[in-house]
Design a protein around this ligand. Structure first.
Ligand code: TYD
Ligand code: ZN
Length: 412
C-alpha cells in the first residue's frame, strides 16, 4: 500500500493509493479501423484507484485530459435501452409536477442525445441541456432539444445564469461521476440552483459496487464512485443538503440523490442508507482491499473460462460493447484472439473495434444468425431486456455472466 500524498478531490484529505490496473485505453475510444495508424497511436493511461477513508470517495488518481474522453466521437448514446428510457421518463413525469410552466426551467447537466429532456421539449417546458460532446449535442438538437455543447463548470454556470436565471430543477444522471473537477460542478450548481429548487443526481452506488465486485464501473470517465457520505461532503460547504435518496437496480445498483438549499426534513430512507454505509465500513481501507481481491478473482475466472472454451474450439462472442467492459477486457487480457466479436445495436459503434483489445463490434441483428456457442453478456446491466429480445429471435447461445461470479444461462 502506498501513500503518495494525493488529495481527495471531494474533501481534500490524503488518498490511499492502493490499486493499480496497468495501462488502460479510454473506454469509449473505439477504433474506426484496425490498422497501424490507429493501433500504434492508441492512447493509454496508467489506471490507479485511490480511496478516501475520510469521506469514502473512490476515485481514479490520474485522469486523462477530459477532451480525450468527451469530444465529437463520444460513443455513448443514452437512447439505446428501452428500459432506461422508461426509467427516466418516470422521473421526468414527477419533475414536471414540481414545475411552474410559465416561470421555471429545468437544467440537465450531461444531457447526451436529449432522451431525458425530450418529453419536456414536447410539452413546451423551459429546459436546457448541457453536454461536452459535440456529436451527442447535435443529435439532441436534431431531436428538438435546447442544448449547448460545453463542459459544465463555474464559468458555464455564470453564462447560463445570465441568460436563463436560476433553475428550479437541476438533473445530473450518470454524469457526475464523469467530471474530474467536482468542486467546479458544485460551485456551478450553487450558482444556478434556485433557493426553492431541487438538485437530483443519479449514478452507480459505491455499496453496490463493493457488494457485486463490479470493478468495471471504474474507468477513465467513471472517475468517481459516489456514496451518500461523499456527496454530503462535496455539497455541505454550499449548504446544499441531501434530504432523500432512491435506490435502483440499474447499472448494477444506482442511487438517486435529492438535494435542496432549504431545510427539508431528511427521510428515514436516507438515514437508513447513511447507517448502512457506516455498518458496511465504507471508511475502512480493508473493505476496499477485500473488494479488490474479489475483482481479481472475478477477472481470473472469466479469463480461465474463455481460454478453456477457446481451446475446446468453441466460438465465443460478447454482447454489448459497453464502456465498462473495456476495464474487464483489458484487465483480464481478453482480446480479439479469444473473442470473435461483440454484438451491439448502437449504429455509432457497429463496425468499430474495442479499445486496447481490438475486438470487432458487429450489428446485434446478426446475432441470432451467427449464433455463437457462448456469449459473454458485457451489457449485464441490461440482462433481461437483451436475453428476452434474443430469445424472441430464436438465439440458442449459452449466455455467460461474470459478475458477481461466473454463471451460464442456457437458451432452453
Ligand atoms: P451501457 O449500459 O450504456 O453501459 P456503459 O456505460 O458501460 O457503456 O451499455 C449498454 C450497451 O449495450 C450499449 O452499447 C448498447 C448495447 N445494447 C444493445 O446492443 N442491445 C440492447 O438491447 C441494449 C439494452 C443495449
Ligand atoms: Zn475524501
Amino acid at each position: 500500500m502506498n501513500n503518495l500524498n494525493y488529495s481527495c478531490r471531494v474533501c481534500n484529505s490524503i488518498l490511499l493509493d492502493i490499486y493499480e490496473f496497468g495501462n488502460m485505453p479510454i473506454a469509449n475510444n473505439l477504433l474506426p479501423k484496425l490498422n497501424e495508424v490507429y493501433t500504434k497511436n492508441e492512447y493509454k493511461y496508467k489506471m490507479e484507484i485511490g480511496v478516501c477513508t475520510k469521506c469514502s470517495s473512490l476515485q481514479i488518481i490520474n485522469v486523462p485530459d477530459k477532451e480525450l474522453m468527451f469530444n465529437n466521437k463520444y460513443a455513448y448514446f443514452a437512447s439505446q435501452s428501452k428500459f432506461m428510457k422508461i426509467h427516466f421518463q418516470k422521473l421526468g413525469q414527477n419533475l414536471m409536477k414540481l414545475m411552474d410552466k410559465e416561470n421555471d426551467y429545468i437544467l440537465e447537466i450531461g444531457s447526451n442525445d436529449g432522451i431525458f429532456l425530450k418529453p419536456f421539449a414536447e410539452r413546451n417546458y423551459k429546459h436546457l441541456g448541457v453536454d461536452a460532446s459535440e456529436n451527442v449535442v447535435k443529435t439532441a438538437k436534431e431531436n428538438g432539444i435546447n442544448a449547448v455543447c460545453k463542459f459544465f463548470n463555474e464559468q458555464t454556470s455564470i453564462e447560463i445564469k445570465n441568460t436563463y436565471g436560476k433553475a428550479k430543477i437541476i438533473v445530473i444522471t450518470n454524469t457526475m461521476h464523469h467530471i474530474e473537477n467536482c468542486q467546479e460542478v458544485a460551485k456551478g450548481i450553487n450558482n444556478l440552483l434556485a433557493d426553492n429548487g431541487t438538485l437530483i443526481i443519479e449514478d452507480p452506488y459505491l455499496l453496490d459496487m463493493y457488494k457485486i465486485g463490479s470493478i468495471e464501473q471504474v474507468y477513465a470517465e467513471h472517475n468517481f464512485i459516489w456514496s451518500l457520505h461523499s456527496y454530503r461532503a462535496l455539497f455541505e460547504k454550499y449548504n446544499i443538503k441531501l434530504f432523500d435518496v432512491e435506490h435502483f437496480e440499474t447499472h448494477g445498483g444506482s442511487m438517486r440523490y435529492f438535494f435542496s438549499k432549504q431545510n427539508i426534513l431528511e427521510t428515514n430512507l436516507m438515514k437508513d442508507y447513511i447507517d448502512l454505509e457506516v455498518k458496511n465500513k465504507i471508511f475502512d481501507i480493508n473493505t476496499f482491499i477485500q473488494f479488490k481481491e474479489n475483482c481479481i478473482k472475478i477477472s481470473k475466472a472469466l479469463y480461465d473460462f474463455v481460454v478453456t472454451k477457446a481451446k475446446e474450439g468453441h466460438t465465443i462472442a460478447g454482447y454489448g460493447a459497453t464502456a465498462k467492459s473495456a476495464t474487464t477486457l483489458n484487465y483480464s487480457k481478453i482480446d480479439n484472439k479469444l473473442i470473435s466479436c461483440i454484438y451491439d445495436s448502437t449504429p455509432f459503434k457497429i463496425g468499430k473495434f474495442t479499445p486496447g483489445t481490438h475486438i470487432e463490434i458487429k450489428n446485434a441483428n446478426l446475432f441470432s444468425k451467427d449464433n455463437p456457442d457462448y456469449t459473454i453478456l458485457f451489457a449485464w446491466n441490461h440482462k433481461d431486456e437483451i436475453i428476452e429480445k434474443e430469445k424472441n429471435n430464436k438465439s440458442r447461445t449459452i449466455w455467460v455472466e461474470y459478475i458477481p461470479e461466473l454463471k451460464l444461462t442456457y437458451a432452453n
